[in-house]
Design a protein. Sequence first.
Lengths: 417, 417
Amino acid sequence: MINILAEIITIGDEILYGQIVDTNSKWISAELDKAGIKVLRKTTVGDTEEEIIGALKEAEKRVEIILITGGLGPTNDDLTKPVLTKYFNTKLVMNADALANLQSIYDTLGKDITDLNRKQAELPESCKMIPNKVGSASGMWFDKGNSTFVSMPGVPYEMKTMMTSEIVPLLRKKYKTPFIYHKLVKTVGIGESDLATLIKKWEKNLPEHIKLAYLPSLAQVKLRLTSFGKDKNSLIKEVDNQINLLKPIAGKFIYGYDKDELAEIVGQMLKSTNQNIAVAESCTGGYISHLITSIPGSSAYFRGGITPYQNDIKINMLHVNSETIFEHGAVSEETVTEMAENVRKLYHTDFGLATSGIAGPSGATPEKPVGMIWIAIADGKKTKTKLLQLWKDRDMNIKTTAIALLNLMRRRLLENN
Amino acid sequence: MINILAEIITIGDEILYGQIVDTNSKWISAELDKAGIKVLRKTTVGDTEEEIIGALKEAEKRVEIILITGGLGPTNDDLTKPVLTKYFNTKLVMNADALANLQSIYDTLGKDITDLNRKQAELPESCKMIPNKVGSASGMWFDKGNSTFVSMPGVPYEMKTMMTSEIVPLLRKKYKTPFIYHKLVKTVGIGESDLATLIKKWEKNLPEHIKLAYLPSLAQVKLRLTSFGKDKNSLIKEVDNQINLLKPIAGKFIYGYDKDELAEIVGQMLKSTNQNIAVAESCTGGYISHLITSIPGSSAYFRGGITPYQNDIKINMLHVNSETIFEHGAVSEETVTEMAENVRKLYHTDFGLATSGIAGPSGATPEKPVGMIWIAIADGKKTKTKLLQLWKDRDMNIKTTAIALLNLMRRRLLENN
């Protein structure tokens, strides 16, 4: 359904040397996709006139829209502006709007503009100036028949602000692109192939103009529904209707939508029910407390954590019975149960959460292999435990355990409602 | 000095849609750079024959070496193999080595090979098979005069193993590339411009064939020294000599080299001196414990942590004097000092580390703005404290505080030696 084609040209030696990952072009791709514009190709070239001109010429033959990032700073090694001036056979002139923008930035900083800085306000005469609300380098828009060339700064924050507020609306207007509506459905606690089997019939019955993509990541699978059309409201309604049909089938695995994060959703559930938690972490070593406290406002429901990495700390600080550890080991259902119950009591919370396991690579025994991890949640009445059998990799084990415990908490909070 | 040119072609609709970041091409660029091969361009195209053929034709005109990743799976939408077969005007034949590799993988899994899987062992007749030691899709190497085309799987682990063990050595041999020696010098506790000023004279005196690059990241700056030449041992010696000249100037900021991580270096220093630590984290919420425990073997020196996120937990669990908090507040030199001293006593460690501050975005007062953070280290004799004035961003404040505290610990351990 998309027939407006675009190419993204990224300029920068540092990308070709492998010093930085080009995350800009991923972000631009996703924005164009949402706007109904298909990215046909991405090209990265270095800071040389020959390479930039070559890439522009080739792209012009292939696509209608050419988006260029990088090479717009004030120093001599930034080539994009002189090269575009040459490519469009025009000349650099002082742009009054760009100069006013520059002046206001330097006024705020309480500094005078130097001649080198002032040159940033010179733009090719034939271009339309795209304002930069958060930086000094203006964007440039060139119309050439039905083709459009847009040059943007490489600084991600400046480029994103310019794309969202100026460039995407202008492109949508010029090319009368269809409206595209994306909705992410975020699931946890089920693998990609099991999820695909579970929702097979629903997927088959999706209308042809709603596309489904599976986007798996560590211990989570996102479903992306995409719909194209002319009427925004009917598209949104249609996609929401399909999600309503999905809920009776896979609802218990769905924790949120779009930008929702699991730790944030669990936090909202705790906050809205006036409940709070504390976490005792052995093998996860503080990572779950970190995930929870990375959410602004988490002090409303998180009273604190403890990481008793050694057995005597489990005994002295968390009051785990030494006989429990002696008889069953630190990695056992019995120990993780006491950890969860005791952190709940010591921190005076509604729920106590705990982890204990072999994150690896060392510490395994024949009975307790790397990746054997116990998790638990105590609520004062009963304590729910779960045994995870994970991988060989320490980092993956820590992160997967965190997601499993947060999901166990989410499921526990759903029971209350 | 580099005159062998390469282009990286990445194949995959998911990259053009903006669903994933292409991290493969960054890694490949850095490997080629190390091997003395210059990446002239990177191109990403979708899963269509026309686009792939177009990209191959254009690249062949520009460069000697064309490295292709992606599109090598067993399913129908993976096009690279049939397209290469067509491009080189050859045919698919069963490759005995590839089949043997596939057989051994399925034997390990205890599964039978299906016909669909068996097709993975069919390769273009004119290519040299590149073994895949960690997966089922073989690599393909095509010689065409002085040009080389190499096709690799898109799965990062498989691609990296194949590049390192097979492809880079073969390319170095075919193109007789110069030896390139890179060394990263990792610094902490000094900003990029201050570091540049400090080492200005040293930098100016570097021999012309040793290049210096500043690679800044959050609260750290890496210096990369690069040297080209024919004799590996003399290159290494020369770079090491320059680093020896750098040490008297900037040594106290240098914590390691190449792949060293700060938490790992601090851990090694503790382990080698038979000392251990415990951490009490308020504003960092468990992140420092997580960083420390992400290092395998950290249980040798990390006895545990505590995250007393509320004042009463600081008082009851960590025995901070309630009057201290009442008089000076939780974010104060007095409170962070007691936190560090008490976690040391309670966990029976050589050092107690602590953080308390306003991570933001909420919680600030006129006297205590967002980004005001205290850190402390207690050793039983005296307690060293430091006030940080950081940024508006919660995530950056947490991560910068962690680096600052680990660096304070590193500097403290250096005093002992």
